[in-house]
Design a protein around this ligand. Sequence first.
Ligand code: 5GP
Length: 182
Amino acid sequence: MHVEGDLDLDQTLYTEEQIVTRLKEMETQIQTDYEGKYLLLVGVLKGAVMVMADLARSLDRHVEMDWMAVSSYGSGTQSSGVVRILKDLDTDLNDRHVLIVEDIIDTGLTLSWLITNLRSRGPASVEIATLLRKPEAQRMDVEVKYVGFDIPNAFVVGYGLDYNERYRNLRCIGTLSPHVYS
Ligand code: 5GP
């Protein structure tokens, strides 16, 4: 095992520069869409921490941030389909414009559940911004308003995304070498 996480990468999909550039483009669209509206960003822990930090700081306006933690994955690389609230929001969503900030949407199971849950709390609107989206999620019923990159069906790490809690602190996003799984 290497101490330097990026040595475990097989391929880099997006560099830090590419990620920040794309987030800036998303920010421009969000800025226009929410002009004159109070905006609450809801981040999904832990993966969305980096996306939230960079997206929120690139917004040239007031925003509030709140966090939810849900469990959808165990320690493997397959979606369990089981969603459980580990940490709920501190904010009352009544009449709020809510933008869910996600790192990645894979099957969309987590998100479908989250949308239904948040919409039941009486918000003015609920939309989704995700940095990454996998092919299966494109067939989802739920509309994802802001998508950073559509990626192939591979397990990726970095920029908040983990494998067994590691690699979240990588600045880039990439796939892991096979030796990491064995
Ligand atoms: P979904 O419910 O959309 O299948 O899965 C959503 C969650 O699964 C994400 O928030 C993320 O935590 C995890 N996940 C899905 N695909 C990947 C991936 O390629 N890499 C990592 N590290 N996590 C993933």
